[in-house]
Write a protein that binds this ligand. Structure first.
Ligand SMILES: C[S@@+](CC[C@H](N)C(=O)[O-])C[C@H]1O[C@@H](n2cnc3c(N)ncnc32)[C@H](O)[C@@H]1O
Length: 166
């Protein structure tokens, strides 16, 4: 058997996500503006976001609420449904204001990954503030963004960083 085990792939992805989040927190600490989390899942990343960004509006999207009881978002900021339907509804409220978006929509289903990466690529740009950061577990194709090398502690091809041009 060659290559990485599922455990190793998961570990690398989560380590990379944590390193990218730490990098992003330093860059937005002095900026106002909301944060978007695409993919609440069990609520682990959301819990990390709210711990490191106290007082920040964090809008969380998922088709279902499967988060641990202790990782529940404020219901005012939890938007349930398919992102292709729910994200456009928030566009007027958040357009051009989001300073950090984490797109964590991936799974082990290649076709689903291709689809959600396309959705995130199409839907996120209008929300982002100039200089805003998009992080993703899947490679995205974002118009008017530069790809940023991942920081130390993150593995290339396990997490992806983009910055909106000013
Ligand atoms: C990898 S999990 C997120 C993990 C999460 N960040 C955590 O820390 O536990 C991916 C999530 O994306 C959600 N998802 C995938 N495609 C979606 C879509 N089109 N609309 C809404 N949610 C979607 C799934 O329901 C799943 O909960």
């Amino acid at each position: 058997m060659t290559g990485l085990s599922r455990l190793e792939k998961t570990l690398l992805r989560l380590q990379s996500q944590q390193a990218c989040l730490a990098w992003a927190f330093e860059r937005i600490v002095h900026r106002t503006g909301p944060v978007i989390e695409l993919g609440l899942g069990l609520g682990r990343t959301f819990d990390h976001l709210r711990k490191h960004l106290p007082g920040r509006d964090i809008y969380v999207f998922d088709r279902v609420n499967g988060a641990y009881a202790e990782c529940q978002p404020d219901p005012r900021f939890l938007i349930l449904g398919e992102i292709e339907e729910t994200l456009p509804r928030l566009r007027e409220r958040l357009a051009g204001r989001v300073v950090l978006a984490n797109s964590d929509l991936g799974s082990f289903d290649r076709e689903s990954n291709r689809r959600v990466a396309g959705l995130a690529s199409d839907l996120l740009p209008p929300f982002m503030a100039p200089g805003g950061i998009v992080m993703s577990d899947l490679p995205l194709n974002l118009k008017d963004f530069d790809e940023v090398p991942v920081p130390d502690g993150a593995s290339p091809d396990r997490y992806y960083l983009y910055r909106r041009q000013d």
